[in-house]
Design a protein around this ligand. Structure first.
Ligand code: HEC
Length: 295
C-alpha cells in the first residue's frame, strides 16, 4: 500500500511541471510580494475557483464534485460535534478561582483568532492559539492533561487541546485572516517558515510546495486529492474522517512530513509555529471556517 502510494507519487511528479514559482519566491523577505505571487499562481492554475472558496480545502477545486457533495452531506451533521461540545464545555467551565478561559483573551476571545499565530515581541517567538490556551490554564493555577503531556505522543491530551482550540476558533468563524508582520522578528520567523515550506525532505524528497502547489487538484495514489496551499490553515482544528476526531494543525503537518518519510517535528515546535505563520499569512483575507471536516 505504502509503496504503491510512493510509486504513484513519483509518477505524478514526473508528469508534473515542477515549481515554476520557486525562483521568484526565492530568498528575499518581502511577504507582501510573496502573497501577491502566491495568489496569482493559484488564480492562473484554477481560473474558475473564486478566492473565498479556497477556505473549503480541496473540495473547492475543479473535478472534486463527488468529494464535495459527500463533504456537504457530512456538514449537515458534522462528525466533530462531540469533540467541539467537549471543547465548548471546557471553554465555559470556570476555573476554581471563578474565571474562565475568556478572561485570558482580548474581547473575551471573540473575533480574534484571525490574528493567530502572532509574533510575540517580549518572548521573541511565534505564538499559536494552543500556546495561549495552555498558558491560560497555568496562569489560573491549574493543570490539564494537555498542559503537562508530550502532545506528540499523548493522543488523548492532544485531542482535548484540539477540541478546546476548535471552540476558540469557532468564536471567530467568518473573520478574515489578518496577520501582523510589522516587527522585524515576525518577518524573520516568516522567513524560517518559508524555508521549511520550500525545502525538499524525506525519502521521497518532496517539499510542501511539490504536493500543495505543483500537484494541487491532482489525486494522489487514486483516492487522496491534494489541496491547494491557499486556504490551508483556515479550517483547523479539523476532523479528518480517517482520524475520527478533531486534531491540531501540527498533527496535520506531522502527517504530511511522515507521508514523504521524513521525521515529523514535535507538536508546538518553533519550526511548526513559524511554518504556520507563513502558511497563515499566505491565506490572508480568507474567512476562518474552523472547525471543519476533511478527508
Ligand atoms: C506527499 C504529498 C504531501 C506533501 C509533501 C505534503 N502534504 Fe500536506 N497534505 C497531503 C495530503 C494527502 C493531505 C490531505 C488532503 C488535502 O487536504 O490536501 C494534506 C493536507 C494538508 C493540510 C490540510 C489542508 C486542509 O484544507 O485541511 C495542510 C495544512 C498541509 N497538508 C500542510 C502541509 C505542509 C505544511 C507540508 C510541508 C511540510 C505538506 N503539507 C506536505 C499531502 C502532502
Amino acid at each position: 500500500m505504502r509503496s504503491a502510494r510512493s510509486r504513484a507519487l513519483r509518477g505524478l511528479l514526473v508528469g508534473a511541471a515542477l515549481v515554476g514559482v520557486l525562483p521568484t519566491l526565492g530568498a528575499h523577505a518581502d511577504p507582501a510580494q510573496d502573497l501577491k505571487q502566491f495568489r496569482e499562481y493559484f488564480k492562473k492554475k484554477f481560473p474558475t475557483v473564486r478566492f473565498h472558496n479556497y477556505a473549503s480545502g480541496f473540495y473547492a477545486l475543479p473535478g472534486m464534485d463527488d468529494y464535495r457533495s459527500q463533504w456537504e452531506a457530512f456538514n449537515e451533521f458534522p462528525p466533530y460535534e462531540i469533540g467541539l461540545d467537549a471543547g465548548r464545555r471546557e471553554w465555559e467551565t470556570p476555573f476554581k478561582n471563578g474565571k474562565t478561559y475568556a478572561s485570558c483573551f482580548v474581547n473575551g476571545g471573540k473575533n480574534i483568532a484571525q490574528h493567530y499565530p502572532y509574533w510575540h515581541e517580549a518572548t521573541r517567538q511565534v505564538r499559536t492559539a494552543e500556546m495561549d490556551l495552555i498558558d491560560c490554564v497555568k496562569h489560573n493555577g491549574e493543570e490539564r492533561a494537555f498542559t503537562t503531556a508530550d502532545l506528540s505522543k499523548d493522543t488523548r491530551a492532544r485531542v482535548q487541546l484540539a477540541n478546546l482550540t476548535a471552540a476558540f476558533y469557532e468564536l471567530s468563524q467568518g473573520q478574515r485572516v489578518e496577520i501582523d508582520l510589522s516587527a522585524p522578528g515576525a518577518v524573520a520567523a516568516y522567513e524560517e517558515g518559508k524555508r521549511f515550506w520550500w525545502s525538499r525532505r524525506g525519502q521521497l524528497n518532496f517539499s510542501c510546495a511539490n504536493c500543495h502547489m505543483d500537484l494541487a487538484g491532482k489525486n494522489l495514489g487514486g483516492n487522496q486529492p491534494l489541496s491547494a496551499a491557499l486556504g490551508h490553515p483556515v479550517g483547523w482544528p479539523a476532523y479528518r474522517t480517517v482520524w475520527g476526531q478533531l486534531e491540531t494543525i501540527h498533527q496535520r503537518y506531522a502527517t504530511c512530513n511522515s507521508q514523504v518519510r521524513a521525521k515529523p517535528l514535535k507538536q508546538g515546535s518553533a519550526t511548526y509555529n513559524n511554518l504556520q505563520l507563513y502558511e497563515t499569512y499566505l491565506s490572508s483575507g480568507l474567512p476562518l471556517s474552523a472547525p471543519s471536516v476533511r478527508n
